[in-house]
Design a protein around this ligand. Structure first.
Ligand code: FMN
Length: 201
C-alpha cells in the first residue's frame, strides 16, 4: 500500500495532466536531438567505462537493413591506439604528427560495416554513428563524427589493427565517433537552411 502511494506521488510530481511518463521521455529525446553539437575541444578526463559501454549499446540498437547488423564498433580507450588512429587519420589529408584530428578527445568509437553482410552497410553504419553521437550527448559527453575511417582502414596499419582483434570480413570504415568531456563553451547550432522540409499535405 505504501509503495503504491509513493509511486502515485512520483507519477503526480513528474507528469502534468496531459503528460504520461512516455511523453516525458519523448520530450527529453527531442531536446537531446536538437541540442547535440559537434564538439571540437575536450578535457583529458576519461569518462567512466560504464558510460562508454552504454553509448556503445545505444549504437548496437540502431536499425539495420533486414536486421543484418552489418556494422561493428571498435571502442578505443587505450591512449597508444587512440594516438595511432589519430596519426593515421591526419596522414590521410597530409598533416604531420602535431595535428590531432580527434581534438584531444580521449575516446574513439570506430564504426565499420561489412559490405558483404548487407546491401545497406553504409546506411547501417551511418545510423550507428548517429545513435552514438546522440547517446553521448544524452549521457552528458561531447562527441563529433570524424571522417576518413574508410581510408585509415584501407591502410596496412589500419588492417593490422583489425587483424590484431581477430576481425575478419570485408569491413569498410564508416566514421570515428570521438567522445569526452566538453572543454570551453558549448557551440550553438547554425541556422537551418530554408526549404529543408517540403510538405505534401
Ligand atoms: C559524414 C560526416 C563527416 C564529418 N567529418 C568531420 C570531420 O572529419 N571533422 C570534424 O571536425 N567534423 C566532422 N563532421 C561534423 C560536421 O562538421 C558537423 O556535424 C556539422 O558542422 C554540423 O554541426 P553540428 O554537428 O554541431 O550540428 C562530420 C559530420 C558528418 C555527418
Amino acid at each position: 500500500m505504501l509503495g503504491f502511494i509513493a509511486l502515485a506521488l512520483v507519477m503526480a510530481s513528474c507528469c502534468s495532466k496531459n503528460e504520461t511518463p512516455n511523453t516525458v521521455t519523448m520530450n527529453t529525446t527531442m531536446e537531446d536531438l536538437l541540442t547535440r553539437r559537434s564538439i571540437r575541444s575536450y578535457t583529458d578526463e576519461m569518462p567512466p567505462m560504464e558510460v562508454i559501454e552504454e553509448i556503445c549499446k545505444a549504437g548496437t540498437y540502431a536499425p539495420t537493413g533486414m536486421n543484418k547488423q552489418s556494422p561493428i564498433i571498435i571502442a578505443v580507450t587505450n591512449r597508444e591506439v587512440r594516438d595511432r588512429l589519430s596519426r593515421l587519420n591526419a596522414s590521410v589529408f597530409g598533416k604531420d604528427n602535431d595535428m590531432d584530428p580527434f581534438y584531444g578527445a580521449p575516446v574513439v568509437l570506430v564504426v565499420l560495416a561489412d559490405r558483404n553482410t548487407s546491401f545497406t552497410w553504409m546506411e547501417d553504419g551511418s545510423l550507428v554513428m548517429g545513435n552514438l553521437l546522440n547517446a553521448a550527448h544524452a549521457k552528458g559527453l561531447g562527441s563529433c563524427w570524424i571522417h576518413r575511417a574508410k581510408e585509415v582502414f584501407e591502410m596496412e596499419e589500419g588492417k593490422a589493427i583489425l587483424a590484431e582483434l581477430g576481425i575478419e570480413g570485408d569491413y569498410v570504415g564508416i566514421g570515428n565517433c570521438i567522445l569526452g568531456y566538453v572543454k570551453g563553451d558549448y557551440p550553438e547550432a547554425r541556422p537551418r537552411k530554408e526549404n529543408y522540409v517540403y510538405w505534401i499535405k
